[in-house]
Write a protein that binds this ligand. Structure first.
Ligand SMILES: [Zn+2]
Length: 293
């Protein structure tokens, strides 16, 4: 397996504990702060690290189920501030979403293309081709998610030209580097796990496993407070991702050759996503400041 922070190779969860201990002795803050955050801010003694990793990786739980629980722990136990903002999103919050998400979607296509390039499975090939078409080109007569995203931005008063002129915030670029690096260095199975675990964000059945809220307040979908284009965009994810992430994670679970490495890579991807969600919110605050609100 690999370390979820620096990708160093280790053999077991015990060795991972030793690795974290060594990094701490060397004064490395990344590992120490990571495990601290992972355990919800609880102090951890060196001798308890192995037990802590057993909790983080839960090797006794199936990969697909673990992914759901790990995602909930990271994003929904103490809900990410962007998710909290999406319970009643302001125009700047939605525009922050539009501006940063364009770069996410572009990267989504690049990384999933590496799955298409490398997979030996006909099922996965077809699954990802459809995914790419749905996100970026349009599928079965429906506009692409990218187009629905930009239409949402236009309905909120920003021109398509203006949306396209933005460059990504550093947090978005950093997250994209992580995903691109995963797709360059790891197998198609690991890349698939890294990307599709992120679709859990909009999986409304997460509440059955302990999520405190949904990605956004579903009441928005029937509310005249928001333009139709906002509801159209949110509805796509609301309808699609339950089945979508679940199916991909089942494939990853059955195809992985190194379960703990796959889990480490999924954790890296979720950490990058956390950072990227921060960027959406920071962009919205920049827009608010620019408007003097
Ligand atoms: Zn490490």
């Amino acid at each position: 397996m690999i370390c979820p922070v620096c990708e160093d190779k280790v053999q077991t969860l015990h060795d991972l504990g030793v690795h974290f201990g060594n990094m701490s002795i060397r004064g490395d803050a990344n590992h120490t702060s990571w495990i601290y955050a992972e355990l919800g801010g609880k102090y951890i003694d060196y001798s308890d690290l192995e037990e802590a990793f057993d909790m983080v990786f839960s090797p006794q739980v199936s990969l697909a189920k673990w992914a759901r629980l790990a995602f909930i722990r990271k994003f929904y136990t103490d809900p990410h501030p962007f998710i909290q903002a999406m319970q009643k999103p302001s125009i700047p919050v939605l525009l922050g979403y539009v501006i940063e998400h364009r770069f996410f979607l572009r990267n989504w296509i690049r990384t999933l293309s590496s799955v298409i390039h490398s997979t030996t499975s006909e099922e996965v090939f077809n699954y990802e081709i459809e995914n790419v078409a749905t996100e970026y080109i349009g599928f079965n007569g429906r506009p692409s998610h990218l187009d629905l995203l930009i239409r949402m931005g236009e309905a909120l008063g920003m021109t398509r030209k203006r949306i396209m002129e933005y460059t990504p915030l550093p947090e978005t670029s950093k997250a994209i580097e992580v995903w691109y690096s995963i797709s360059s260095h790891y197998s198609w199975v690991d890349t698939m796990g890294a990307m599709h675990v992120l679709e859990l964000v909009a999986d409304r059945t997460l509440v059955d496993d302990g999520a405190k809220m949904h990605y956004f307040d579903p009441g928005i979908l029937n509310s005249s407070e928001y333009p139709q284009e906002v509801r159209d965009f949110l509805m796509e994810g609301y309808k699609a991702d339950v089945d979508h992430a679940g199916k991909a994670l089942k494939i990853v679970e059955s195809e992985t050759m190194d379960d703990l490495t796959t889990r480490s890579i999924m954790i890296r991807s979720m950490d990058a996503f956390y950072l990227y969600l921060n960027a959406r919110l920071r962009r919205s605050r920049m827009l608010e400041a620019a408007w003097g609100e």
